[in-house]
Design a protein around this ligand. Structure first.
Ligand code: ADP
Length: 294
């Protein structure tokens, strides 16, 4: 089983010709609400790929929270560890202009109330083969969870996004660190992804740096492996990284060898970028199998 402790948000997306300036009102072209948050996205990617998943976090006692919970539960995810907070469900207020540039206000809301490891979190980690973490919940909680899992011998996979400097206490409890190239550069303090990956692997454990259309790079000890991306026509790369991480976790939890787990993750991400949306673009297990058999 895979336990995912992370954020759940509703993305409120307005498309506009140009973003308003200070004090200005503009008329938008369109509006959509899209369930998101890196935690919920990774949980959905893993569940679609056939993983047995429990999602831990918090939503508000509101329509957004109920919609997210229904989406997760509908994908077969165990939501018994998803708390209902008295704060509103986390939201991301996104304005996308005609040149595809965006401005975003994130209000963590309920996500910000997950500050301590609860008995429900511990029970889920105890039952898990693997714990997936990101950095959209308070850092103290993420650190506490990683250390708890490490003590129990449960493998910890961390996507360090949004990138912030990480305490050694957290880094040394992580088995698999999965940054994109920007996060890797920020964490390691060097721009080159290969150098950054080696610097981050110095803590022990594996590092998988995702490089967008250029694939990914795995560093384990002194060994470096290139993971090619599949050549596809990308229309929307939202949540490509979350799809990659979720499907990688399923492979590792099922005991696949690294090359196979990475290949499945790349295939799932390649499928997701060919379709618009975040969770709606994530492939199921049969699609991943069919794509790899082509
Ligand atoms: P993030 O979304 O976190 O920034 P990346 O952009 O690095 O993550 O993408 C994650 C993975 O998704 C890549 O390692 C690759 O396997 C796949 N991917 C991303 N963009 C493309 C693309 N244009 N074509 C094929 N695969 C892609």
């Amino acid at each position: 089983m895979i336990a995912v402790l992370g954020s759940a948000n509703m993305d409120l997306v307005a498309t506009v010709d140009r973003a308003p300036g200070r004090g200005e009102t503009v008329t938008g072209r369109d509006f959509t609400t899209v369930p998101g948050g890196k935690g919920a996205n990774q949980a959905l990617a893993a569940a679609r790929a056939g993983g047995d998943v429990a999602f831990l976090g918090a939503v508000g006692d509101d329509d957004f929270g109920r919609r997210i919970t229904a989406l997760l539960a509908g994908a077969g995810i165990d939501v018994s560890g998803l708390a209902v907070s008295d704060r509103p469900t986390g939201t991301a207020h996104i304005t996308v202009d005609a040149t595809s540039d965006n401005s975003i206000v994130v209000v963590p809301g309920a996500n910000g109330t997950v500050t301590e490891l609860t008995d429900a979190h511990r029970a889920a980690v105890d039952a898990a083969d693997l714990l997936m973490l990101q950095l959209e919940l308070p850092l103290v909680l993420v650190t506490q969870a990683a250390r708890y899992a490490r003590e129990r011998g449960v493998r910890v996979v961390l996507t360090p996004a949004p990138a912030v400097p990480l305490p050694a206490e957290l880094l040394t409890a992580v088995d698999v660190l999965v940054p994109n190239e920007h996060e890797a550069a920020l964490l390691a303090g060097v721009a080159d992804p290969v150098e950054a990956a080696h610097a981050l692997a110095g803590r022990g454990g594996d590092v998988v740096v995702t490089l967008g259309a250029r694939g990914a790079l795995r560093v384990s000890g002194a060994a470096t492996t290139q993971v090619p991306a599949f050549e596809v026509e990308a229309v929307d790369t939202t949540a490509a990284g979350d799809t990659f991480a979720g499907v990688l976790a399923v492979g590792l939890a099922e005991g696949l060898e690294w090359p196979d787990a990475l290949r499945r993750a790349s295939a799932a991400a390649a499928l997701s970028v060919q379709r618009p949306g975040a969770s709606s673009s994530m492939p199921d297990r049969a699609e991943i199998d069919a794509f790899l058999a082509e």
